[in-house]
Design a protein around this ligand. Structure first.
Ligand code: PMP
Length: 429
């Protein structure tokens, strides 16, 4: 069996809309490494898009899932519930930032968690409007596509969209959008299109994920909190990519000291098992009527058991502190590279182990180097790496290593990345 033969088979039966970045078919994966069907090894700097924060097949997570499967794998939490779901809700409501009493619901995907936040916010406020941000990503379902702030490839061809969704600029110092500019745009929106008393929610990623790993400045989140309080608007934190220790805190909102009203959790929650959650203030969470929230597979017992194991591993292995150390290691090495190539590397930035390097031409933020980014991705597998791109202009490489990665493997992967980068930059000179 070869990667190429599998890719040909896949292309016969998968539509191009569900593409794959690498024609590399996984045979097995362990912690921060992946082996393909041809026996080649890769260092994984993508963790399945920020999912396997505790590494591939962590023995504790695997054991918890297997033990649960031996007992039962599905009854539907809306029919016959079970203790693992209740325990997980207790733990996640306690782990969510802020002191207000909280409740949790479980669904299956990130997009579904976002949709449910909007449903709950609308039920609580009786209002229609939702404000989201340029460059934000919230999912691929109809409502979350409307919330997503990037047209291609996420929205074009797919309308009509849910109405009453409005976008404003996300603060990005390097691209000349200040906190003041963003706040002004919000006030403008309130004057031009949408009365604040018609706004159910403002939804924001504390660090834009697909958008390019831009962290919202703490003062921006604090200002949004004040505006939401002033107008009775529900503040939603989309922590799907930034949660579970990824940014050097359990959740990225902790960097600002702001308590959101509702938050999404997914990806890193269960080491790869499909489960997501909405966690929020009890009085808001209780707005929908019985039966108004849920889904057949929401809160799968196997995924709940895995999620409980993930929480234990994060604590036992000190992975939040480790996330800070990993971020420092990557930042140090990539910043050295930036000093050598200031015209090509605009910025190296990280919040914990959510690390990015942004490429431009001629040191100019207005000239995104999308071509170099694409070339890096196209050649990564050959260099034994799994890398992901992101960014509004597609000119950012993001690093999302497992929080369980060793320094040795991280450095080996960075050596390969630097060789790959220098090969391409040298050859394009
Ligand atoms: N919100 C954010 C911030 C995300 O990063 C993602 C996934 N990349 C989603 C929502 C959607 O999650 P899913 O793909 O599980 O629906």
């Amino acid at each position: 069996m070869t990667n190429q033969s599998l890719q040909s088979r896949k292309e016969q039966v998968f539509p191009r809309g569900q593409g794959n970045i690498y024609p590399v078919y996984v045979e097995h994966a362990k912690n921060a490494e992946i082996w393909d069907v041809e026996g080649k090894r890769y260092i994984d700097f993508g963790t399945g898009i920020a999912v396997c924060n505790t590494g591939h097949s962590h023995p504790k997570v695997v054991a918890a899932a297997k033990a649960q499967m031996d007992k039962f794998s599905h009854t539907c939490v809306m029919v016959n519930p079970y203790e693992v779901a209740v325990t997980l809700a207790e733990k996640l409501t306690a782990a969510a930032p802020g002191n207000s009493p909280k409740k949790a619901i479980f669904v299956t995907t990130g997009a579904e968690a976002v949709e449910n936040c909007v449903k709950i916010a609308r039920a609580h406020t009786g209002r229609r409007g939702v404000v989201a941000f340029n460059g934000g990503f919230h999912g691929r379902t109809n409502l979350t596509m409307a919330l997503t702030g990037k047209v291609a490839p996420y929205k074009n061809l797919f309308g009509p969209f849910s109405s009453d969704i409005f976008h404003i600029p996300f603060p990005m110092a390097h691209h000349d959008v200040t906190v003041k500019d963003s706040l002004k745009a919000l006030q403008n929106l309130f004057k031009v299109d949408l009365c604040p008393t018609d706004v159910a929610a403002i939804i924001i990623e504390p660090v834009q994920g697909e958008g390019g790993f831009y962290a919202a400045p703490p003062e921006f989140l604090q200002a949004l909190r004040e505006i939401c309080d002033q107008h009775g608007i529900v503040l939603i934190a989309d922590e799907i990519q930034s949660g579970f220790g990824r940014t050097g805190k359990m959740f990225a909102f902790e960097h600002s000291g702001v308590e959101a009203d509702l938050m999404t959790m997914a990806k890193g929650i269960a080491g790869g098992f499909p489960i997501s959650a909405v966690v929020g203030k009890s009085e808001i969470m209780d707005a929908p009527l019985p039966g108004g929230l849920g889904g057949t597979y929401g809160g799968s017992p196997v995924a709940c058991a895995a999620a409980l194991a993930v929480l234990e591993v994060i604590e036992e292995e000190n992975l939040i502190q480790r996330s800070v150390e990993i971020g420092e290691l990557f930042n140090k090495r990539l910043s050295q590279l930036q000093q050598q190539y200031p015209d090509t590397i605009l910025e190296v930035r990280n919040q914990g182990a959510m690390i990015a390097i942004e490429f431009v031409n001629n040191g100019d933020p207005e000239q995104p180097n999308t071509k170099l980014t694409q070339d890096i991705i196209a050649n990564a597998a050959q260099h034994g790496l799994v890398l992901l791109a992101c960014g509004f202009y597609g000119n950012v490489i993001r690093f999302l290593p497992a929080l369980t990665i060793s320094d040795d493997i991280a450095n080996e992967g960075l050596d390969s990345f630097i060789t790959l980068f220098e090969g391409l930059v040298g050859s394009s000179k």
